[in-house]
Design a protein around this ligand. Sequence first.
Ligand code: FO1
Length: 303
Amino acid sequence: MRVACLSGGVGGAKLACGLQDVLAPGELTVIGNVGDDVEVLGLHVAPDLDSVLYALAGLNDEERGWGRAGETWRALEAARHWGGEGWFMLGDLDLGLHLVRTQALRTGDPLSAVTARLAEAAGLATLVLPATDDPLRTSVVTPGGTFPFQEWFVARRHEDEVDAMVFAGADAARPAPGVLEAIRDADALVVAPSNPYTSIHPILAVDGLRETVVARRERTVAVSPLVGGRAVKGPLDRMLMRMSGGTSPAHVARCYEGLIGALVIDRADAPAESDVPLVVTDTLMTDRDAGRRLAEVVLEAVA
Ligand code: FO1
């Protein structure tokens, strides 16, 4: 069974792990958001792709949610000591990946080729594709101004309310090689329990992506990132309330209007009504087994 998964960072990475565990090697393709990418200390950091790579390879820090397990921070301490920027936490192990990626990008390799090499180095059979190789950067429009995504998320601790998102470069961004084919040819397309506004919409903003998903909507299932109307992590509940007027499954489904054939929701959010069929299960991925169980339910929903 061929499965494609649209994914942001932490929640997406967990479900991708579950899908990888229940599928045969090579059956899963993860298409990751690059709108959160940021240049720090001259290095190209791709947080969502890295969360997926690290989780699939079993290298991720489960408690923190991002970065690597067993991380140390000596290089960052040294950078701060010498007056370098220190607001974005880059660990020593993590930095190794950013060095390799940045060097390859500087020699002209596309992000998709570099990501494929990183996945291969991690021993993954799963294909990890950036949505686009072209520059696409998310900014967040707030009452206090418009901020680059990571400035809002990390430096300002996503405290500002959000009025809108801007995906700079989306007009010119073409899908990375293999992205449209993976979406079109998959037996099931899964939209991970990531923040629709910050993680999934920038993927869909890439040229041809949305249309390709619309064309196969019946075999596409999204997993709601809410449990009991609250975000498992991050600012999604506040964003939904302000931009969509509520945090029910119907409000989540509306973020994917015309794109999905079913929405998987947590038991804590049922009973509920929505324009798309709802599948009720436990969506909280507290450990790898829970991710595997959720993956099974998700795949059954499109069978
Ligand atoms: N999140 C934070 O809240 N603070 C950080 O300093 C931080 C550093 C960081 C470094 C590498 C990386 O891959 C992710 C990192 N994240 C950090 C997480 C990241 O900002 C978010 O997970 C995503 O961009 C949201 O999907």
